[in-house]
Design a binder for this molecule. Structure first.
Ligand SMILES: Cc1cc2nc3c(=O)[nH]c(=O)nc-3n(C[C@H](O)[C@H](O)[C@H](O)COP(=O)(O)OP(=O)(O)OC[C@H]3O[C@@H](n4cnc5c(N)ncnc54)[C@H](O)[C@@H]3O)c2cc1C
Length: 440
């Protein structure tokens, strides 16, 4: 028998985006129901504990840390989670170049060498490459506001060598993306903005006041502490293992949502916090143009491999490694060196994020060599995930998408205005702000 319930807002998707949106709505006294198709809450944020005889492994199957923004701090404050934050150990990233691991210069921020000495002394870039990068100060400012790829932007400002040696490995390691296709305006908007304001990024860096970054943070128990806490706050209004069958307009201009648990729901607004292709399916009958556009959004599949090795003697010098050519691995993270209490004292927990190609055996061999371990893994696992690709022109596509949406349908999630956990939190809060405006 179908049961009918009434709520103001239906939220589809229980990752950090949907959960944050629901928390903000409830805080403002707006009734909501969140449905999540999996039996577990959190979406990409997934922490698992593995008990070994020597102690526990805390393994992150999704994000392992975040650099908080104001919205994130405010959310964590409301959830009383600030005292559970932990800071990463001092990060030292290496880049594998011609079989040798070299340090990423200290203070190198995506494409900006914020500290002169480490950049001038790195052997990752030749003197010619460094000189070309320094000439950024004198490169003419681009007047055209159209989007470019990260590669086009860096090549134009700093030269090809810095792009190939430092920026591309970073973009691949962090976003799982190819710098030649990834939009600079959508992914790293602060840099085109600096060019526009100061005419040069180096000049902008010298003129602007340095703000200290809080660095990379996580939670004592792992990243899912935040999603678990959000779930606890609103669990009476969350249905796990429940999906949307369809969404139709009712005679009063609201929506009727049919759910897979045989319930139906009357709502005034819907927030889709699901991947674009899933959202596209539900929007087909309501705005076919928005649905078509959402279907064209691209995602990239990432394979993740996890290994726990016994340590005998030396531990790796770096907390993470990046790669200057395609060996099938985008990045390698020594999770137990990055944060404390992720593995027993005498074990090394490693996570490799890999592109779709490359045989598992070859990857494991390379990981063992790079980790410098002498014994085989005593535990291993693997998983798959996806990340959105922000191709050149992404912001224009988003603007158009928003203009095509019915005014009572809202989108949040990592596919639109930033893919990091803090970006998702910020967008969810903005979406709730828009709903509140409409309710006034
Ligand atoms: C491997 C990996 C590493 C990352 N590392 C970092 C990092 O270190 N730092 C950082 O800041 N960010 C990182 N990110 C990015 C960040 O984790 C994600 O962008 C963010 O968690 C996405 O949250 P979301 O809520 O937008 O989407 P999701 O977490 O994907 O949530 C969408 C939810 O919708 C549900 N759903 C799908 N279809 C339906 C349906 N029909 N009905 C109901 N529910 C449905 C899904 O099950 C899912 O739970 C990483 C991402 C990945 C994949």
């Amino acid at each position: 028998m179908s049961i009918e319930i009434n709520r103001n807002v239906l939220i589809v998707g229980g990752g950090i985006s949907g959960l944050t949106a629901q928390f903000e709505l409830e805080k403002k006294g707006i009734s909501s129901l969140l449905i999540e198709s999996e039996n577990e809450i959190g979406g990409k944020i997934k922490t698992v504990k593995k008990s070994l005889s020597k102690g526990d492994l805390v393994v992150e199957l999704g994000p392992d840390s975040f650099v908080p923004n104001k919205d994130t701090f405010e959310l964590l404050d409301s959830l009383n989670l600030k005292s559970d934050l932990i800071k990463s150990n001092k990060l030292k990233t290496g880049i594998l170049k011609e079989g040798k691991i070299k340090d990423l210069p200290n203070g190198f921020y995506f494409m900006l060498p914020t500290a002169a000495i480490p950049f001038l002394t790195t052997s990752l870039v030749s003197w010619r490459g460094k000189l070309r990068a320094g000439l950024e100060l004198f490169q003419e400012k681009r007047r055209d506001n159209t989007d470019e790829s990260i590669a086009q932007f860096v090549r134009r400002r700093f030269g090809d060598e810095m792009l190939q040696r430092l920026v591309k490995p970073l973009v691949k390691g962090i976003f799982g993306a190819d710098g030649e296709c990834q939009s600079v305006n959508a992914t790293l908007p602060q840099f085109p903005a600096m060019e526009k304001k100061y005419g040069s990024l180096l000049r902008g860096m010298l003129r602007s006041q340095k703000r200290s970054s809080p660095g990379f943070l996580s939670f004592k128990e792992g990243m899912n502490q935040v999603t678990k806490s959000l779930y606890q706050r609103n669990r009476d209004n969350i249905l796990l293992g429940t999906s949307l069958i369809n969404l139709t307009r009712d005679s009063l201009g609201g929506f009727k949502a049919k759910l897979t648990n045989n319930q139906s729901l009357k709502v005034n607004n819907v927030i889709f916090a699901t991947p674009p292709r899933i959202t596209a399916k539900y929007l087909d009958g309501l705005s076919s143009e928005a649905s078509d556009l959402l279907s064209s959004f691209k995602q990239k599949k990432t394979r993740l491999f996890y290994y726990a090795y016994p340590i005998r003697g030396k531990i790796p010098d770096h907390t993470g490694l990046l790669f200057d050519r395609d060996l099938g691995i985008n990045s390698l993270s020594f999770s137990s060196l990055k944060f404390q209490k992720r593995a027993p004292e005498d074990m090394l927990l490693v996570r490799a994020s890999c592109s779709a190609e490359g045989s598992e055996m070859q990857i494991e061999e390379l990981i063992r060599k790079l980790s410098g371990v002498s014994m085989g893994a005593i535990w291993n696992d693997k998983s798959e995930s996806t990340m959105p690709l922000y191709e050149v022109g992404h912001r224009d596509r988003i603007k158009r998408l928003y203009s095509l949406l019915p005014q009572d349908i809202f989108l949040c999630g990592n596919a639109y205005e930033g893919a990091s956990v803090p970006d998702c939190i910020s967008l969810a809060r903005r979406v709730v702000g828009s709903i509140m405006q409409d309710l006034k």
